[in-house]
Design a binder for this molecule. Sequence first.
Ligand code: NAG
Ligand code: NAG
Ligand code: NAG
Ligand code: NAG
Length: 420
Amino acid sequence: MPGTFASCVLTALLLSLTWADHHHHHQESELSCHKLSSPNADFAFALYKSLNAQTAAGKNIFFSPLGISTALSMLSTGASGETHSQLFSSLGYSTLNQTQVNEAYEHLLHMLGQSQEHQQLNLGNAVALHSGFNPLEKFLNDVKHYYSGEMFTVDFFKPQEAATEINTYIANKTHDKIKNMVKDLDSNTVMVLINYVYFRGEWVSPFSSSNTHKEDFQVDENTKVQVDMMINTDYYTFYRDSENHTTILVLPYKGNTSMMIAMPDNGKMKEVEGLINKDYIRHWHNKLLKSYVEVHIPKFSISTGASLENILKEMGITDAFGDNADFSAMSDNVELKVSKVSHQAFLSVDETGTEAAATTTVEVTTKNLPFIIRVNQPFLVFILERSSRNVLFMGKISDPTAVGNTGTGISKTVALEDQS
Ligand SMILES: *[C@@H]1O[C@H](CO)[C@@H](O)[C@H](O)[C@H]1NC(C)=O
Ligand SMILES: *[C@@H]1O[C@H](CO)[C@@H](O)[C@H](O)[C@H]1NC(C)=O
Ligand SMILES: *[C@@H]1O[C@H](CO)[C@@H](O)[C@H](O)[C@H]1NC(C)=O
Ligand SMILES: *[C@@H]1O[C@H](CO)[C@@H](O)[C@H](O)[C@H]1NC(C)=O
């Protein structure tokens, strides 16, 4: 029976998101969204390969490729010159212009935003703006219009309070699955771009919890762990690709999404990961056959987190992070760069279905650290009247907390000095 999925499960990328496009009716939207599905899938696999290269063996990888593409596209609306070209070519959008990409996201967000009875999929964007920082009107309008971006102001001079406000916002959007997204914010941050994806799907064919029992899961040659294995027997679509050493199984959710599991044969993970790209997924999708299958799927819940700066640099997005950064379409009076790109994701699979969430944040800071002046030792003070050039008041403040020097100066002509 080919349906016993008791060993390695390849990361269940939320691929359904990029494939969902095909179900759409509206002609214009279909064309527009379709423009993104192929470059976004290539970006997803390129990102997977980079993440995998820097992830220790035996560790999980889970992320939302669509979430990261969306956050970087929003960033690129504020980029110009070489900074923009690098973002666009790494995202696979070289043949498109920013307007086309923006319109495609507008359609995609609109399409995914239509809620269904048994499936919840929320993809959204926001910008946390520093109070007192005024980005160009066009940038804000594009983010609001095309990316449905919500704006809120925070005070980055109080980095901890700002982080708390941003994290509260993200926790709310991800149903508390991602609670501590940003920390250690720079006090010269002016903006944090936020993307969140939240998904909750119910299996078309739920598992019965009375069937769930402990089974081995072979992490690698030498490591076995015990998992809660869920078991169900029903008609499922699957494909056994012996040439490419992989078994494919699709578990549909109610609505328009499904989970595709691609499990390489014992010892073949590295080989399959090395080859895999969107054409494999498409090929496997086309080969699926429905059959009566007993499936064994682990019940699990994982969280992952990654800093993406180095990976994005390797992928060709370099200028955005350095002194060459050109975000002149965001602000024409303050020089900006990206200091951090972070991603966190969550996945939980149980008898009833799946819950998954991911957040991407892009922290935008001023290029130069502000010059800090702390008046924290005794100082001289003068209050000057400009037109007549008179010194109205003057003094020396040795201890700003010593308030009680009544009588000082007024009745004594000797010296206007502190008598304490
Ligand atoms: C973007 O490309 C479209 C289609 O080729 C074209 O109609 C539009 O004028 C271009 N927009 C910009 C801003 O270059
Ligand atoms: C799901 O697909 C159906 C038909 O294929 C379509 O009518 C519906 O709008 C889709 N829902 C979403 C959220 O895309
Ligand atoms: C998020 O906050 C809004 C407004 O306070 C509230 O109505 C909503 O239920 C919250 N959502 C979640 C998932 O907690
Ligand atoms: C193995 O993968 C390649 C590339 O997707 C495909 O052309 C080939 O048909 C696959 N083999 C089988 C048996 O499906």
